[in-house]
Design a protein around this ligand. Sequence first.
Ligand code: ZN
Length: 283
Amino acid sequence: MFFATKAKGCLIASYRVVGLGKMNTFPTNVKVLQITRISANRLSCAVTVSDFVRKVECDVRRMAEINFVRIVSMPFDENTYVVYKEGLTSCVVVDPGLEPGKIVEVLKERKLEVAAILNTHGHSDHIAGNATMKELWPDAPLIIGWEDAEKLTDPDKNLSAPFGLPFVSPKEDATVREGDSYNAAEIDFEVRETPGHSKGHVVFIVKDGERTIVLGGDVLFKGSIGRTDFPDGSFADLKTAIEEKLFTLPGDSIILPGHGPATSVEEEIAGNPFVGRPAGYRG
Ligand SMILES: [Zn+2]
């Protein structure tokens, strides 16, 4: 337990009264008066403790400061995420779906400009809103995994034709691959390739303070997994991708999937009936 005081974007986890050496947690009556020095994880400041002014050194933790807003598009219950840093006006839109009007509403409400459009993969329900985003924010680059880029402009491959409403998306501006780090709106998105549901599927991993958040697309869902019965799908590939790229993340990593509610790595390792311990996972 620690008393968290926001100080220049940091949480104060514990403190040491200078000269005494013992680490203490903050009692609730501590007020930070003045910060004299701040480094990666140390903070020197003057505080009042029970009305006495003391000089202390603190352990600090970076605050979580990135917002992830979920917008659900019908009829496939597809999740779009608007990702932005608190206090900034630029954002990233991940997988704009079949109801782009809803996304635009949220962006207008929060006065956000789109700095980039990221697609986890090229299936129609995840790319249908690309055109609207590009129309309104033509300078925002459209980014997708290198092996799924061809789906953007092919109604058969992006499954819009088989589902009865053929359409194409604007072409990508750049592709990403395993190990890339893509930066937009002052946020780093680490790219991991996760084939199985779609050959060129990627996930985007964001570190936010002590949190790890995965923009996961259609790989791992709460209690389920992405379909593997499409032409370039493979259950074996999907299982390997989940084991090697997701289950190796810290257990408390949050997965924001392309359909349904959020989950965590540890929850899916423990209970997922397709790839977790109930299915024989031993990692
Ligand atoms: Zn899909």
